[in-house]
Design a protein around this ligand. Structure first.
Ligand SMILES: NC(=O)c1ccc[n+]([C@@H]2O[C@H](COP(=O)([O-])OP(=O)(O)OC[C@H]3O[C@@H](n4cnc5c(N)ncnc54)[C@H](O)[C@@H]3O)[C@@H](O)[C@H]2O)c1
Length: 413
């Protein structure tokens, strides 16, 4: 039985606790967080996930568990990793370290995280749930023989969109790392690259060659939206971030030289029923599409009954309405790939190995996100085959992340 400890007890930790109900031989042994730890531990005990205890420091938690998961805000990932390293030096014996996406806010931070994990010789899992979405995995498996005969996917379009994040720190580019490109572009870039990757190759197989990007502040820089953010302590007239991003990445197959393209579109202005994940892969003579808002179930709630709605997010993540025709997804932890990413990580850690996606992979995704910000900032295509550019990216911090988004964002005042 693998004992898991979560650092952070907010939105994503809750999702992961739900997911663990469907993972064998794992129990939630501990939680450590400034806010929400008691409640998460109580729910976990109630759901039979184990005798979940609350720990007041990362070190105490690490000493009580086999696997520790970083589910805290992006600005805290690196400091938490330092605490984990210290705990290991002081005797904690870990079988695995997990970190939620994005690994870090920039490449310098991601580098340190990945190097620290390597020095500790503890296996890692970079949690990018979309690559584990059962619908995507199934489509890839069923098309594997077609792909082998006809060739790999040549164009992948991916999108993740909703109406805006739930906590103020996500909106603050200095804390989160940027706007929607850092927050959700990391998902769409990773899954786009995966759709292009031949099914018999590892997820980091393709070589990224070039990146272009367009970013803007289309909705949340205007009234009344900017005013609503101010009420939550976020001032987009001073430190704006992008609420729209389109990133195009060219990849090369290192064995055949064949070039393919991934387009990742993300926005925080998707005023629609709720969160939508969209993946479209076009190969030679075949294609597939995944749309998380297509469900076999729906509901209707009339105006007369709407007052009785308890929590509309029970039906769908980032739900935007409490009445009318509503989409119902009965098992979001499975739909979005959370359960399968746990199954993959737990099985790998039991064998002393990295999960399918490790911190090095998370570092690579961070590099692509930084290249996207650089492309937007310089209004240039970024050539990732140029060693000078790669060196520049190592210490690059986007102007948006520095809190200077007004200099580069269309739509910022
Ligand atoms: N895979 C996904 O789709 C997905 C979805 C949401 C969030 N995330 C990622 O998960 C992470 C957490 O996001 P969230 O939505 O749960 O945030 P949240 O704000 O809802 O919760 C954050 C939790 O971390 C705790 N915390 C804050 N500072 C901390 C610190 N210094 N040390 C330890 N704990 C601290 C808070 O008290 C809270 O319990 C982020 O990296 C985010 O990008 C991923």
């Amino acid at each position: 039985m693998l004992k898991v400890g979560m650092i952070g007890a907010g939105f994503v930790a809750g999702f992961h606790a739900k997911s663990l109900q469907s993972v064998r031989n794992v129990r939630l042994a501990g939680v450590c967080a400034p806010k929400g730890a008691q409640q998460l531990a109580r729910t976990a005990r109630h759901e039979g996930l184990g005798n979940t205890k609350v720990y007041s420091t990362t070190e105490e938690l690490c000493k009580a568990v086999d696997v520790v998961a970083i589910f805290a805000p992006n600005f805290a990932h690196l400091d938490i990793m330092r605490d984990i390293a210290r705990a290991c030096e002081n005797g904690a014996s870990l079988k695995g370290i997990i970190c939620e996406k994005p690994l870090a806010r920039n490449l310098e931070e991601a580098d340190v995280l990945a190097r620290m994990a390597k020095a500790l010789r503890v296996p890692t899992a970079y949690f990018e749930n979309q690559l584990h979405m059962p619908s995507l995995v199934e489509a890839r498996q069923q098309l594997a023989s077609v792909e082998q005969t006809m060739g790999a996917v040549h164009l992948a379009r991916s999108a993740e969109e909703h109406g805006g994040p739930h906590e103020p720190w996500f909106w603050d580019p200095t804390q989160q790392g940027g706007g929607v490109c850092c927050d959700m572009g990391c998902h769409s870039i990773a899954v786009g690259m995966y759709m292009l990757t031949p099914s018999d190759k590892p997820p980091d197989y393709l070589e990224p060659i070039s990146v272009t990007a367009e970013m803007a502040l289309l909705k949340w820089g205007k009234e009344p939206w900017i005013g609503r953010l101010k009420e939550r302590g976020v001032d987009y007239s001073v430190t704006p971030a992008e609420d729209y991003s389109l990133v195009t990445i060219e990849f090369k197959d290192p064995e055949t030289g064949v070039v393919s393209i991934a387009q990742a579109t993300n926005s925080w202005m998707y005023d629609a029923p709720g969160l939508r994940l969209l993946m479209e892969a076009v190969g030679p003579g075949y294609s597939y599409e995944v749309n998380s808002l297509k469900s076999p179930a729906d509901m209707f709630i009339s105006d007369a009954a709407a007052a009785a709605v308890g929590d509309s997010e029970l039906a769908l993540e980032k739900s935007q309405a409490t009445r009318g025709a509503l989409i119902l997804q009965h098992n979001e932890p499975s739909l979005y790939g959370y359960i399968d990413e746990w199954r993959n990580a737990a099985a790998a850690f039991e064998k002393g190995k990295d999960a399918m996606l490790n911190f090095e992979y998370g570092r690579m995704v961070t590099m692509l996100i930084m290249a996207a910000y650089m492309a937007h900032e310089k209004k240039q295509t970024i050539d990732l085959t140029n060693p000078k550019t790669l060196r520049e990216l190592e210490s690059y911090v986007p102007l948006i992340q520095q809190g200077k988004g007004a200099e580069v964002l269309l739509g910022a005042s």
